[in-house]
Design a protein around this ligand. Structure first.
Ligand code: ADP
Ligand code: MG
Length: 687
């Protein structure tokens, strides 16, 4: 239950006076629903006003406050011309107040003729006349609305003025309570940080509030780390079945390669974890092509050797099927029963699979989220491998951990190398294994950056490539965030290529039905189609070793990590591969630098660090981090500067007071609720 002290912060904004339907939309657009949202809506800058008694050309360009009296109105000659109010200052200097828009009733009401008004706005000169366009404040003298000399500027949306926003935020801040201190006294002291409420008021009141902002950022980072530590502690307390692999099945796997040192090391780390009676929670990070599947297979087989079942969860239907086929191939001749279950399996097949899981005749299950639906019961599930961590955030981990009947060891694989700070920020509850060594004998991928103006040459090159029996991917540009327009772009490209290459061209996009996608992928994998035109739905996992050419249109619009992932689709066999990055012509410096980096290196960890540096953490994880909370107060710099301290602080607190029952622990609960880590608090007794 949320501590009562916080209730005023979690009331709806609509409870404030004067917030009616007209403000509902603009507030919603800004994501502002409750008082706490307003309190954390921080200023981006400040208006400085100058108080003047007489207008002067010297003040042109300044935002001034002065007393003006309207003497005349000038309606515009045409409907588009502005409405003008002619006014005088106390010394008799003339200024024109300019209002665009149809409604002349409004300026007339603001400026009744002959009545003085306190006016603020930016003074401008138009030929030799002074004017103010849309003054930002017009108040009767002696009104209780004082116009401040210095006023914070907030992010706004249409229909919401800065004055209004200031007013709403002031009301929200009035309701902000004093909260018990959750930051360790020594940390607080060494940074000269103020208490929470004090810091919040300071951030809204003065531009020089760097330390106060830092404190709020720290609160946010700390709440995240604390949530992760609680997840970790809760999972440590759970009982899992220890797994002692015998090697009986692992040794029966016959593959044409020896595992790399990094692969062996990862399996050893996994074996160390799963031998415990607390469930493993381990992240396996490895670049595309680093051989995560083999590691996963060893983990799955380890569980089966111990008489348990194992499951592998993939983010999409296509990937589930591909994993299933790959694992089946690797398991040929190994006495193991493997099955697949996705949302598309219905009727008899599904029934049979459910039976096999319940009676234990299925050893390994591969599938999408369907494998954790209520109807699915396992005889004895010992271990789960989860592929593509990005779609499986902390909240989902908490949920899975809370399903008491599911207490398996968990191995989470991610194909996107994640920079260290982000690993701590988002996966601080997990142990980490890194596949930092590529299997030997890989042909390096040659990367070229070309202008889209050379499209004809690119298509000619593609023609020669497929005439020689090669296959290629053609990835179409991301068009804003709309799937529909991505699809349109891909369809148009596929049509154009078909004119020349006929049915050697296949198209796959995100809005196709599962079985349609599978059919297309099958045509490509079997070699019937030579070119797969795709939106980024093919981004992860697809494995066609004969495809050695990757063309990425609009490459400047992709993130580096994403480009790296796409590039990793080629270079999988023993033939040399090429990646063509097609760029637009108006490139920013950053975009140039990013494409150049892609050309120069193939090291995913390096690219990840650079991408983070160039774009920032929010963008880096971007929309892929679905279900994961974004930071609203902490910037990238705050995160990298404060993460270690927050982590230590959180770990120490949980070690000393795992139930958060001490005075400080209780205070920390406020912090968790403030940043809506309710799920983590739910792990505490009487949370
Ligand atoms: P990831 O899932 O990490 O992107 P995969 O597990 O799909 O990579 O492996 C990529 C390719 O490398 C596969 O064809 C796989 O069979 C092969 N492979 C894996 N490990 C090795 C190794 N140690 N030596 C040679 N080839 C390997
Ligand atoms: Mg893979």
């Amino acid at each position: 239950m949320r501590p009562e002290l916080l209730n005023p912060l979690f009331t709806e904004i609509t409870a404030l006076k004067g917030v009616g339907n007209a403000l509902a939309k603009p507030l919603e657009r800004l994501g502002l629903a409750r008082m706490v949202d307003l309190a954390f809506h921080l200023p981006t800058g400040w208006v400085e006003r100058k108080r003047v008694s007489a207008l002067s050309h010297e003040d042109v360009g300044q935002i001034i406050i002065t007393t003006l009296t309207a003497t005349d109105y000038r309606a515009g000659g045409s409907s588009r011309a502005p409405f003008r109010v002619v006014a005088q200052d106390e010394a008799g200097n003339i200024v024109t107040l300019v209002y665009f828009g149809k409604n002349s009733g409004w300026p007339r009401k603001l400026f009744p003729l002959g009545e003085p008004r306190l006016v603020s706005g930016k003074l401008e000169a138009w030929s030799d006349q002074l004017q103010i366009i849309h003054p930002d404040h017009v108040e009767p003298l002696n009104s209780d609305h004082d116009v401040k000399l210095r006023e914070p500027v907030y992010p706004l949306s249409e229909g919401l003025t800065n004055a209004r926003m200031n007013d709403l935020i002031a009301q929200a801040l009035e309701r902000a309570p004093e909260l018990p201190e959750w930051i360790d006294a020594s940390v607080l002291g060494s940074h000269h940080w103020k208490g929470w409420r004090d810091a919040l008021l300071t951030v809204h009141a003065t531009p020089e509030s760097r330390e106060a902002r830092r404190r709020l950022a720290y609160d946010e980072i700390f709440s995240g780390q604390l949530a992760l530590m609680l997840v970790r502690a809760a999972s440590r307390k759970r009982k899992a079945q220890p797994i002692q692999p015998t090697g009986r099945l692992r040794d029966a796997v016959k593959l044409p390669f020896d595992p790399t040192g990094a692969q062996r090391r990862s399996v050893m780390e996994i074996d160390g974890d799963i031998a415990q009676s607390a469930p493993m929670l381990r992240l396996l990070q490895g670049d595309v092509g680093s051989g995560k599947t083999w590691v996963a297979l060893m983990a799955l087989l380890g569980a089966v050797e111990s008489g348990m079942q194992a499951a592998m969860l993939a983010p999409t239907e296509i990937l589930a099927r591909q994993h299933y086929e790959t694992l089946r191939g690797m398991l040929s001749g190994v006495p193991v029963n493997i099955a697949i279950l996705t949302g598309r399996d219905k009727g008899k097949t599904r029934e049979a699979t459910l039976m096999g899981l319940a009676d234990g005749s299925i050893d390994i299950l591969v599938g999408t989220h369907a494998i954790f639906q209520e109807a699915v019961t396992y005889k004895n599930l010992g271990l789960v491998v989860i592929d593509e961590q990005h779609r499986f955030g902390v909240n989902q981990r908490v949920m899975l951990a809370q399903k008491a009947r599911l207490n398996p060891h968990m191995l989470v694989m991610t194909a996107t190398p994640i920079p260290r700070t982000l690993t701590l920020t988002y996966y601080g509850d997990m142990e980490v294994s890194r596949l930092d060594e590529m299997p030997p004998g890989r042909q390096p991928i040659k990367t070229l950056v070309m202008s889209i103006d050379k499209l004809d040459e690119v298509v000619d090159g593609l023609g020669r490539h497929i005439a020689a029996g090669g296959q290629a991917y053609w990835v179409c540009p991301l068009v804003e965030e709309s799937e529909v327009s991505d699809q349109a772009a891909a369809e148009a490209r596929a049509e154009a290529l078909k004119m020349r290459f006929g049915d050697r061209i296949a198209l796959v996009h995100g809005r196709m039905k599962g079985h349609e996608k599978d059919a297309v992928m099958e045509r490509f994998a079997s070699g019937q189609a030579s070119v797969l035109v795709a939106t980024t739905v093919i981004e992860v996992g697809v494995d066609v070793p004969n495809a050695t050419l990757m063309i990425i249109e609009g490459a400047d619009r992709f993130g580096l990590a994403q480009l790296h992932q796409l590039r990793g689709r080629v270079g999988r066999g023993d033939k040399a591969s090429t990646c063509l990055l097609l760029r637009g012509n108006a490139l920013s410096e950053t975009a140039r630098a990013r494409l150049a980096l892609m050309r120069e290196t193939n090291d995913g960890f390096l690219i990840a660090e650079e991408d983070l540096r160039l774009r920032g953490a929010g963008d880096y994880l971007g929309t892929r981090q679905s279900g994961e909370q974004k930071f609203r107060l902490a910037g990238d710099e705050d995160i990298s500067d404060l993460i270690d301290m927050a982590r230590d602080d959180a770990r120490l607190l949980v070690e000393r007071d795992g139930g958060l029952d001490s005075e400080r622990g209780k205070a920390a609960r406020h912090c968790l609720y403030l940043f809506e880590r309710d799920a983590a608090v739910g792990l505490l007794k009487g949370g």
